[in-house]
Write a new protein. Structure first.
Ligand SMILES: [Zn+2]
Length: 412
């Protein structure tokens, strides 16, 4: 920050100041949401230089652009840390069949499921994938999202996975948003691969090295489940990812307890996601390794699950809890972080503070981006959501309304 002397007063110039605001800073060194009843946020270039109480602001802090927030609430920009936003095709027909009583096996044998999305995604151009994802991304942006994670996993061959990851990264050229791309080659076995072991070999020896070489993704994810890949196959994927310097995430224990949470912990993964069937040993392993629990209430709701993730154990053992949409065409066609928070409270039993932290600070932690995002603190990117609400609880309480007043991405 510039500090220049004008007369005897030091003036600290920044680009923009949001003043007369109530802040939910989400700072982890404060209790609750780190609330500040009369606060300001000051930004220089793309980063916050001050966020806190007006009375504590550095003397002489000033900017040409001073925005009066009229007492509105400012939170960190929202973060969706688990999506499958890039895909082609439409699965609403499957939904119709399901509502008429068809089973998953019947839908799959009629050509539905992940493989139907794979066929459509393989057939689509990179530009078509970007175009079809933009309305979904815009829905997230309209509710204040400033960072969105996007997984591949519907290409399931090297060229198609590359195309999906390029399309994910291209979203950041089309909208003011931070995109975190994750390689999810180990999502399902493509029909031409024959066996899961053969396909995992291709993932480890061809796909992960290429993705790392071309810097198409910052993390690797896998679907560890009875209907997908075994813990042993997942461990091979993780070892290959680590050898190439990529971060790890895992779809774990969603439909059964395959001890995926413990596996994620053993490899030092950033997060384990879903976790409906995770047991105490899995929770303890996550706590010891600092793995974030990413809960996905949209999929829980859409699949009419009844087995809830062990929220009380996560709380007791201080496992950080994040929330995400899991936006995908098959099991969570959800593009609202506000509704995700409501579902987190109603369906999973999270507190208001846990829900809001889950789509800000803890979501940033799940992406390994807490140094840059997730709280209102000096040094982080100036990503803000400004809300027309009386209390932060309004963000979780309402269903189907959007009180976003303004959204700021990197100071703009
Ligand atoms: Zn997912």
């Amino acid at each position: 920050m510039d500090a220049m002397a004008i007369g005897r007063e030091a003036v600290m110039l920044c680009d923009r100041i949001w003043r007369n605001a109530r802040l939910a800073t989400l700072r982890s060194d404060r209790s609750g949401l780190g609330e500040v009843p009369d606060g300001i946020v000051a930004c220089r270039d793309t980063r916050i230089v001050y966020a806190g109480a007006t009375v504590d602001a550095p003397a002489g802090l000033d900017a040409a652009d001073r925005i009066d927030c009229a007492g509105r609430w400012i939170t960190p920009g929202l973060i969706d840390c688990h999506t499958h936003l890039i895909y082609a095709g439409d699965r609403s027909h499957e939904f119709e069949l399901r509502m008429q009583g068809a089973s998953y096996a019947e839908i799959a044998s009629a050509g539905g499921g992940i493989l139907s999305t794979m066929r459509a995604t393989r057939a689509a151009s990179e530009e078509a994938l970007v175009e079809s994802a933009l309305p979904r991304l815009d829905a997230l942006i309209a509710e204040g999202a400033t960072t969105v994670e996007v997984k591949s996993g519907y290409g399931l061959d090297l060229d198609s996975e590359r195309k999906q990851l390029r399309a994910a990264r291209a979203l950041a050229l089309r909208r003011p948003i931070t995109i975190a791309a994750t390689f999810l080659g180990a999502h399902a076995v493509p029909p031409e691969a024959g066996t899961a072991d053969y396909y995992i070999e291709r993932v480890c020896t061809e796909m992960i090295p290429a993705v790392a070489d071309e810097q198409l993704a910052e993390a690797v994810d896998a679907f560890c489940e009875g209907i997908a890949f075994s813990p042993e196959q997942t461990a091979r994927v993780f070892a290959a990812a680590q050898a190439h310097g990529l971060k790890l995430r895992l779809h774990a224990d969603q439909l059964s307890n395959t001890h995926g949470a413990a596996l994620a912990a053993r490899f030092g993964a950033l997060s384990a996601d879903h976790l409906e069937y995770t047991d105490l040993a899995g929770v303890l392993a996550m706590a010891a390794a600092g793995v974030v629990a990413v809960l996905l209430p949209g999929a829980f709701y859409f699949l009419r699950e009844t087995q809830r993730p062990p929220v009380e154990l996560f709380r007791l053992r201080r496992v950080p809890i994040a929330l995400a949409t899991d936006c995908n065409p098959g099991t969570s066609p959800l593009t609202s972080l506000l509704l995700t928070m409501n579902m987190g409270a109603i369906l999973l039993g999270l507190t208001i503070d846990e829900c809001i932290a889950g789509v800000t600070r803890e979501a940033a932690r799940a992406l390994g981006r807490l140094a840059d995002a997730g709280t209102l603190e000096a040094g982080k990117f100036c990503d803000l959501a400004i809300w027309d609400i009386e209390r932060p609880a309004d963000l979780v309480y309402r269903m189907g309304s959007n009180p976003l007043y303004a959204r700021v991405w990197r100071g703009q």
